[in-house]
Design a binder for this molecule. Structure first.
Ligand SMILES: NC(=O)c1ccc[n+]([C@@H]2O[C@H](COP(=O)([O-])OP(=O)(O)OC[C@H]3O[C@@H](n4cnc5c(N)ncnc54)[C@H](O)[C@@H]3O)[C@@H](O)[C@H]2O)c1
Length: 260
């Protein structure tokens, strides 16, 4: 059921072809927004946008490309009349390798997409959001923006870095009516953790077993938090971190002291 939580607003969602980004685009449209979906998976992204009808449009948006950012922002303003919400969600998580075994170019690629891509999003979208009267920028980090994990140095480095980036942006943009917050999901059931990305290996049962709630999260659960941050319901929140992790960061889970 829609409550019109973002009625009259225009949003740009990156990494919207699948997973959490697609769920966020769907919920924002259901709640009244017009949405530009950006991704590098053009077939999948076009399919999601087509399913959403006139309130959505897909644009090829490689978050490392300045030209793509310019064109996506122009699409939001030209097609839907402004821009109020940026959900900077696109990210990659390569196969784990130790720092010693990671080539520098492999590390740089993750930083370029997960970190520089977030900088470019704020750089290109904030002026349009200010011109539209203000709005909300939501940066998708991770629990790995708070804690390390062996084998994913680039991912962890980038997710820590964008937590800081969001705070700087909040300080710089608050007086222009733009709020900036970071979201920190724990394990979420998307292609990023599904067997097709891991040569058939299903890591989800192991992730669920170490979760205090006994399961991993869903893209729709993250979309709810993102929609709230995008909406005026969160009008006094900026420069903050919003964790949605099933208790992952509460501490190492073991079954002692539970009924499990
Ligand atoms: N799934 C998890 O367990 C989890 C946990 C914490 C944080 N996250 C973060 O959530 C965000 C969404 O991930 P997801 O779980 O939906 O995974 P996903 O792999 O399903 O989705 C990521 C999307 O980003 C897109 N993308 C990749 N490189 C891009 C680029 N250069 N330009 C534009 N789009 C690009 C992909 O094509 C894909 O559609 C990511 O930032 C990820 O790091 C995921």
């Amino acid at each position: 059921m829609s409550n019109g939580r973002v009625e009259g607003k225009v949003a740009l969602v990156t990494g919207a072809a699948r997973g959490q980004g697609a769920a966020e685009a769907r919920l924002l449209v259901a709640e009244g927004a017009k949405v530009v979906l950006g991704d590098v998976l053009d077939d999948e992204g076009g399919t999601v946008a087509a399913e959403l009808g006139d309130a959505a449009i897909y644009r090829h948006l490689d978050v490392t490309s300045e030209a793509d950012w310019t064109s996506a922002v122009e699409t939001a303003v030209g097609r839907f009349g402004g821009l109020h919400i940026l959900v900077s969600n696109a990210g990659i998580s390569p196969r784990p390798r130790s720092i010693v075994d990671t080539r520098p170019d492999q590390y740089r690629k993750v930083i370029e997409i997960n970190q520089v891509g977030m900088f470019l999003g704020i750089h290109f979208a904030a002026p349009a959001i200010a011109e539209s009267g203000g709005g909300s920028i939501v940066i998708i980090s991770s629990v790995n923006g708070f804690v390390g994990a062996g084998g994913i140095a680039g991912y962890v480095s980038s997710k820590f870095a964008i937590r800081g980036l969001a705070k700087v942006a909040a300080l710089e943009l608050g007086r222009q009516g733009i709020r900036v917050n970071s979201v920190h999901p724990g394990p979420i059931d998307t292609p990023m953790v599904q067997p097709e990305s891991w040569g058939g290996y299903d890591m989800r049962p192991a992730l669920a077993a170490t979760s205090p709630l006994g399961r991993i999260g869903t893209p729709d659960e993250v979309a709810e938090l993102v929609c709230w941050l995008a909406s005026d319901a969160s009008a006094y929140c900026t420069g903050s971190e919003f964790v949605i992790d099933g208790g992952f960061l509460a501490g190492p889970f073991n079954a002692l002291g539970t009924d499990a």
